[in-house]
Design a protein around this ligand. Structure first.
Ligand code: ZN
Length: 720
């Protein structure tokens, strides 16, 4: 007997609806066809094969290079009541034998296998004797020699098509350009596969690139203001720096650990495991950290050094917000970053062709740093994806960049390079422009050059900004053979001759204590904050008892729904996203108790679940008063009234169309948008719905319609 895909999604995983294009992928596999899925991180890839593996007879075999993750994945599935296991080198002979027996006797829904294990004759033989539902090839880009994660054992996976022609295969990846995609198709023999390509956009990540002044202090301020107690990753270029920054953050009262390839394997494993299991830990890492980190609730990724390419930036920042909740990608960037990276590139081994490609990649990254328009549009364009409108969730959208006519300043800056013989670095050039009569200036008699002291209208930071932008744009290049001396490029001639003008971005220094209004964290009322913390503590306790990461119990988004909807019964609990039968049975009562224990915290008329105030709203609603009238009469906000209605609807005390004067047409329109935005495993955000409907319906109303959908009461006109 096979259960329908949708009922598995509802009952086992606890999600109300599929996200595009999960359903089509699932149906393709269930029908026995192959597919190739390209989906950004956090898009809900794993459901694409987990559900068909459960629905189809036999066991789904998942091939993944990330052995360190298998335990967590299997733990997470066990929480859902799914029979999953793994075969890799961490098991002893006896353990492996037992799992093989389970597979043979049809006791498994999913089995994770490392690619090198799969190729062993023993494993192939085992699979031949077992009933298989499908093969899922995760991180499929590892098969591509052009990609940066190439693994030779992935090349052998073509045997799946040859030896198991009747078993459908699905290849999945989050990073694949056209060329890599083609290589996946060729090497894995997926010519007949249906392709599902979902865009690269990660709308929940806010991109910000700021000017570097005192990077450590800036980082501290950023974490302090926006991500207190959040889990995050800080990337640095060198091993030494990761250790320094981690130590320094700890001295400032943060909980931070270093991670780099120079640490011994045991320390690395311990730091990684603590990062996965503890709440609010910061990892300060080189790029060695990341592949294999599938922690959904990383709330920020910070770069203290510039990544080498846009791909690297996208991949590293992409480790934030995999649960779909708001997250920040923050970077401090300055002149020295450009110099340092150019230096590394020029002194690297590799042939001239390779260097040219690397140079182009670095230039694209610099371009992203210096642009004055929407960063997300530029980022997506790099992956050949067009975002029609500016995103509204990056620094250049939130605080539009001022530009200035820098033609005169640029001419002075370039002349100064020329007059001093193209032999000096940026600090000395600025000293000359500012007319500093110091020892080095005297030594080279630069007080006698025509550019001495001609730049006093700008200060040292402004000149650094000018030089940085000129280097980034290629008017000046940094000569590493001459100790970082700046030299003029051909392209600057028209400006020097006065034939072209140039506009530069005006760098703004960050304000010291500015708290950002952009709202990255959940904004909570005081009473809600208490419940939120209590729910997190409960989750942590349950996770520690079982030795699993907290997000395996519930994602943040599910806890947030508990705060918003404050369910009082198991049935109400089951309506929340991320709670299926198995988790309800395991944890429902404990979380309900926490919610109950906090029911008195709620201050009336703010979050508004106090029973007296609810009763009053209910009686006014039944007297056919509108939300506006009730808000006015009671002196509370309309949003609070909507919240009352949502709670009353959840308790089945009133129906949507009984409470609100809303037409069926309006309900249909809103319902369509809510369904289109349903986020599956990532929790739910009303903002895209609100925007898609052009702000025609208030948030509170959208919330009420969603409650009606979750409680299957849309059609009802009266509940009593
Ligand atoms: Zn933007």
């Amino acid at each position: 007997m096979t259960k329908s895909a949708l009922s598995i999604l509802n009952d086992t995983f606890g999600y109300p609806a599929f996200r595009h294009p999960q359903q089509e992928v699932v149906e393709t596999l269930i029908s026995g066809q192959d597919s190739l899925v390209l989906m950004p991180t956090g898009g809900g890839k794993s459901l694409c094969y987990q559900i068909p593996a459960i629905a189809r007879p036999g066991c789904g075999i998942v091939i993944s290079p990330l052995i360190a993750l298998m335990q967590d994945q299997v733990d997470a599935l066990a929480q859902l009541g799914v029979r999953a296991s793994y075969l890799n080198s961490t098991l002893d002979h006896n353990q492996a034998w037992q799992i093989e027996q389970q597979l043979l006797s049809g006791e498994l829904d999913l089995l994770y296998i490392a690619p090198e294990r799969l190729q062993q004759p023993r494993t192939l033989n085992l699979l031949q004797q077992s009933q298989l539902a499908l093969f899922a090839i995760d991180e499929a880009h590892c098969v591509s020699q052009w990609g940066h994660d190439f693994r030779s054992d992935y090349l052998q996976l073509s045997i799946l098509a040859e030896q198991f022609p009747q078993v459908p295969r699905i290849a999945l990846t989050a990073t694949a350009d056209q060329r890599t995609r083609q290589e996946i198709v060729e090497r894995l023999q997926l010519h007949q596969a249906r392709q599902f390509i979902v865009g690269f956009d990660r709308p929940n990540i806010q991109y910000r690139i700021t000017q570097k002044q005192n990077a450590k202090q800036q980082l501290l301020r950023f974490i302090h203001n926006e991500h207190q107690n959040d889990a995050g990753i800080v990337y640095c270029l060198s091993r030494k720096k990761t250790e320094e920054v981690a130590t320094w953050l700890c001295q400032q009262g943060m909980n931070a650990l270093p991670y780099h390839a120079g640490l011994n394997a045991q320390v690395r494993a311990e730091h990684q495991s603590r990062f996965l299991r503890e709440d609010g830990l910061i990892i300060v890492a080189t790029i060695a950290f990341g592949m294999g980190i599938d922690k959904p609730d990383v709330r920020f990724v910070a770069h203290l050094d510039l990544p080498k390419s846009v791909e690297a930036y996208y991949q590293e920042t992409g480790r934030a917000g995999r649960d779909g909740q708001p997250a920040t990608a923050w970077m401090a960037y300055g002149f020295q970053d450009v110099v340092k990276l150019k230096q590394m590139l020029e002194t690297s081994n590799g042939n001239e062709h390779h260097k040219r490609i690397e140079r182009q990649k670095l230039d694209a990254m610099l371009g992203l740093c210096e642009i004055t328009s929407c960063r997300r549009q530029t980022l997506l364009r790099y992956f050949a994806e067009e975002l029609p409108e500016p995103c509204g969730n990056c620094d250049t959208c939130l605080t539009p960049v001022e530009t200035w006519d820098a033609t005169e300043a640029t001419r002075k800056a370039l002349s100064c390079v020329f007059r001093t013989g193209q032999r000096f670095g940026v600090n000395h050039l600025i000293d000359v422009l500012l007319g500093k009569d110091n020892a080095k200036v005297k030594q080279f008699r630069h007080e006698q050059t025509s550019t001495f002291g001609i730049g006093t209208e700008l200060d040292i930071n402004q000149w650094r900004s000018v030089y940085r932008q000129l280097v980034a744009r290629g008017f000046i290049h940094v000569d590493m053979d001459a100790f970082g001396a700046l030299k003029l490029s051909e392209s600057c001639r028209p400006i020097l001759r006065g034939e072209e003008t140039i506009t530069l971005r005006r760098d703004v220094l960050e304000k010291r204590s500015s708290e950002r209004k952009s709202g990255n964290k959940y904004k909570l009322q005081q009473a809600d904050e208490k419940l939120w913390q209590a729910l997190r503590a409960c989750r942590k306790q349950l996770a520690d008892d079982q030795g699993v990461p907290p997000y395996v119990i519930f994602h943040d988004a599910t806890l947030m729904e508990m705060v918003n909807y404050r369910p009082e019964t198991e049935t109400a609990m089951l309506h929340l996203s991320g709670i299926g039968q198995s988790k309800l049975e395991r944890y429902g009562q404990e979380f309900l108790e926490v919610i109950r224990a906090h029911s008195n915290d709620v201050s009336p008329d703010t979050t508004g679940n106090d029973s007296a105030t609810l009763e009053e709203t209910l009686s006014l609603l039944l007297a056919r008063m509108t939300v506006e009238q009730i808000a006015l009469q009671r002196g509370i906000s309309e949003d609070t009234v909507y919240r009352h209605i949502a709670t009353l609807m959840q308790d089945r005390r009133i129906a949507l169309r009984q409470a609100l004067d809303i037409s069926q047409d309006d309900i249909n329109v809103i319902q369509d948008q809510l369904l289109a935005q349903e986020t599956g495993e990532e929790g739910f955000r009303f903002k895209p719905v609100f925007e898609a409907l052009d702000g025609l319906y208030p948030y509170g109303l959208l919330r009420c319609v969603r409650v009606a959908m979750l409680t299957n009461t849309v059609e009802d006109v009266a509940v009593l």
